[in-house]
Ligand binder design. Structure first.
Ligand code: UD1
Length: 444
């Protein structure tokens, strides 16, 4: 078990470089299954979810090498279409393999992805779209078996999503990219997230013919072959958001480099309203927060360009220390408030009613000290003997919310199950230490 310990209450100052986006890299990596030559991906952070995906690709027959932050993937010969239980259960992203393997091999077998900590996460939209293009899917025991014989179509195939699922959009794009020249697929109701645009940019750079990404109608004209390329994914907009929210909570002056302000319009306007000063360049965002207690706010999560569900828990941690009452309404996942009891241990005042958290801001969150040796210096000597309040991460973003709360709280907080946080952050401890936070990591 990994733990992170934080002695909070310090303002943070400095710079952080943002890595490539995990949620872009997962589908881009599976798309590499359709490319028989070498693909070089730059700015790839060392995240447990991405390492799992690379293991899946390697087990399917890809050669995978990492040199620094560049990963080389070569899918010259794939020797199986079967994703084993062990791989698939570790990351939900394994579902993206479906579209790519169907396009490349015409068949795929994978375990049912099942639910996860944030909700049941069904795959009905993925399967409906795949069936609409002629994929035959059936369940046997706990596995999905799918096979696909691509036929020539005289007219465009019209597909439509009832809800703009990010994963289903990415899967159907991959299933239709490689095929018979002249086949056209028009996908209505597509998700518009920047990660979808990134996947399509990557595929187009490999020779695909996809237009409309970033709008709700995407057109894929199949090509018969893709070729290798070198590609740099977009910076992670969720990690950018998490760091901005952290500074809004602790106060300070921090510049995030290698980021795209355009992807954060909703978030930046919210941060300005609660009292942060934001300045941007083409690829950087500077946040200055003078006072510790931001103004209260209301948030409703929604598909892009709406407010991202992946930032609601971090905003809830911030809401816990605002002036006045805030509300957060979660409209995408049914189980995304599991971090709330942990915030309450730090003194947050939060009630949950159905999909809404109602938060009454307090002046300061505080970790009750169980030891009186917690220091206020940069390092945390005897940190393991100085647990303060112990909280537990249950999922990636909820874990980051606990880090934010602990950074702003008085006293020492120990966050258990920090593995969840490392699914999306290469080194969150190093990042916050370089801003001056008293934070250490322990592995057991
Ligand atoms: C992706 C992101 C995740 C983010 C989410 C919403 C990746 C790897 N993950 O997840 O971080 O929180 O988008 O922005 O990119 N749904 C169905 N049936 C389906 C598919 C989805 O009912 O077949 C529902 C889900 O249960 C959920 C909602 O649609 O309630 C959104 O899911 P979706 O957009 O598919 O999210 P993911 O692609 O799983």
């Amino acid at each position: 078990m990994s733990r992170i310990q934080i002695f909070g209450g310090k303002r943070l100052y400095g710079k952080i470089h943002i890595d490539g986006a995990k949620n872009s890299l997962l589908p881009i990596m599976t798309a590499c299954l359709m490319v028989p030559n070498a693909v070089y991906l730059n700015n790839v952070p060392k995240l447990s979810d991405l390492s799992e995906m690379l293991h899946i690709l390697a087990r399917l027959g890809c050669t995978v090498n990492r040199q620094g932050n560049t990963v080389k993937i070569e899918a010259k010969n794939l020797h199986t279409h079967i994703i084993d239980n062990q791989s698939a259960h570790k990351i939900r992203g394994s579902i993206f393999v479906m579209g790519a393997l169907l396009a490349r091999l015409g068949k795929v077998q994978l375990p049912l992805p099942g639910g996860c900590a944030i909700g049941s996460r069904p795959i009905d939209i993925h399967l409906t779209l795949l069936r609409q293009i002629g994929v035959k899917c059936h369940y046997h025991k706990d596995f999905i078996h799918a096979s696909y014989t691509i036929r020539r179509h005289r007219k465009p195939i019209i597909l439509s999503l009832d809800f703009p699922s990010v994963g289903a959009t990415e899967n159907i794009i991959q299933a239709t990219t490689l095929g018979i020249l002249g086949n056209t697929y028009i996908i209505h109701g597509a998700a518009k997230e920047p990660e979808i645009v990134d996947l399509c940019n990557f595929l187009n750079q490999c020779g695909a013919n996809i237009t409309g990404a970033g709008t709700d109608t995407i057109t894929v004209q199949s090509v018969t072959r893709l070729h290798g390329t070198t590609y740099t994914p977009i910076p992670d907009r969720i990690n950018t958001g998490s760091y901005l929210i952290a500074i809004a909570a602790t106060g300070g002056d921090v510049t995030l480099t290698n980021t795209i302000p355009e992807h954060q319009i909703n978030l930046l306007s919210k941060l300005k309203k609660i009292g942060a000063k934001i300045t941007t360049t083409k690829d950087s965002i500077r946040i200055k927060m003078q006072h510790r207690n931001p103004f209260h706010f209301n948030i409703h999560t929604a598909p892009y360009p709406g407010f991202p569900t992946d930032l609601q828990s971090q905003f809830c941690a911030l809401a816990a220390m605002t002036q006045g009452r805030s509300t957060i309404t979660e409209n995408l996942f049914e189980n995304r408030f599991r971090y709330v009891p942990e915030l309450i241990k730090l003194g947050a005042k939060i009630d949950i009613e159905r999909n809404q958290a109602r938060i009454k801001g307090v002046k300061t969150l505080s970790a009750t000290l169980t030891s009186n040796i917690c220091p206020s210096s940069y390092e945390i000597p005897n940190a393991q003997n100085c647990h303060g309040t112990i909280v537990t991460a249950n999922d990636l973003r909820g874990g980051v919310a606990l880090v934010i709360a602990a950074l702003a709280a008085n006293g020492t907080t120990t966050i258990e199950n920090a593995e969840y946080i490392y699914r999306g952050h290469q080194d969150i401890v190093k990042d916050f230490r370089q801003l001056g936070a008293n934070i250490v990591a322990f592995d057991q």
